[in-house]
Design a protein around this ligand. Structure first.
Ligand SMILES: C[S@@+](CC[C@H](N)C(=O)[O-])C[C@H]1O[C@@H](n2cnc3c(N)ncnc32)[C@H](O)[C@@H]1O
Length: 285
């Protein structure tokens, strides 16, 4: 499936092809434990995962809250939604999470469900929305007074592969600009606290999750592979936006691949997290 365009909620740059689903699945394997530690969900709580993708993290969260808890995952893309259900069934975990097809900008909740969740979170969603504040406000409305909102997202400025891969900068800049070209914010990570404040949340805190590594680490080839796959998946968008010609793109990808084989390569990258509490006054706005 090509990148999904929706007039109301913008374009998802990575799409949902089988190759992209493999990349996303591997990214979950690499990050879920670290994210779960930051999210720190309470046993028995009701949780909403917005833009849940393949639902692997939703299932990890469901295991953490236990059988007295409840996890709902909302996903807009039909392919991702179907794959989330299929993956859960393959693992014998179909009952763990209620997957619901719907848009983060207009959450598919019934009247009785608004304001009933203890925690709503999204990971790597807001960077793909042209109106992220609407999604955060919807999450705030879904959560009860005193409940939490947890946001996890990229800031492409906090990304430093070193030594600098040859011919990489033009490719990286084109990738970052392709987000802007789609009307989205490649630097959303630094905005997370602003978004929580704008949505009326209190007790806001921030933190980060390391998603780098270096040659010699067990996970480094997987982390670097995720980067290569993300750039390969964005190729169509980069070209159709006229941001780079093919030769420059290929030179950048070659430089990156050579860099992944160096004995001294290191990726310095952290993912941004921010959390706020829903007050009685901003619930159900
Ligand atoms: C990078 S993936 C992250 C998936 C998942 N949160 C994770 O961390 O593994 C972003 C997901 O958000 C979904 N998405 C994009 N725009 C959306 C929207 N407006 N409403 C709901 N889901 C959306 C995409 O289809 C994709 O599955």
């Amino acid at each position: 499936m090509s990148n999904q365009v929706d007039s109301q909620s913008s374009t998802y740059i990575h799409g949902s092809s089988p190759e992209e689903q493999r990349r996303l699945s591997l990214l979950n394997d690499l990050l879920n434990l670290k994210c779960l530690k930051e999210l720190n969900p309470d046993a028995g709580s009701r949780i909403l995962d917005v833009g849940c993708g393949l639902g692997q993290f939703s299932r990890a969260v469901s295991h953490a809250v236990g059988t007295d808890g409840f996890v709902m995952g909302v996903e807009r893309d039909e392919q991702q939604f179907k794959q989330a259900g299929d993956l859960a069934s393959e693992r014998g975990e179909r009952e763990l999470v209620e997957f619901r097809l719907g848009d983060a900008l207009e959450l598919p909740l019934s009247d009785a469900e608004w304001g009933t969740f203890d925690l709503a979170y999204c990971r790597f969603l807001l960077e793909h929305l042209s109106d992220p504040i609407i999604a955060v406000s919807q999450m705030a409305k879904a959560v009860r007074p005193g409940g939490r909102i947890f946001l996890v997202d990229d800031d492409h400025d906090y990304f430093h592969p070193w030594p600098e891969p040859e011919n990489f900068q033009p490719l990286w800049q084109a990738y970052v600009r392709s987000y802007e070209h789609l009307g989205n914010d490649p630097y959303i990570g630094r905005q997370l606290v602003v978004l929580l404040q704008q949505a009326g949340l209190t007790s806001v805190q921030n933190s980060s999750i390391f998603f780098g590594g270096c040659a010699g680490n067990d996970s480094f080839q997987s982390v670097a592979g995720n980067l290569v796959s993300a750039l390969a998946g964005a190729k169509e968008t980069i070209f159709s936006s006229g941001l780079l010609d093919q030769a420059t793109y290929e030179r950048g990808m070659k430089g990156l691949k050579v860099w992944t084989e160096r004995p001294d390569s290191a990726l310095w990258y952290s993912i941004c997290c921010a959390e706020g509490v829903v007050s009685a006054t901003n619930a159900r706005i």
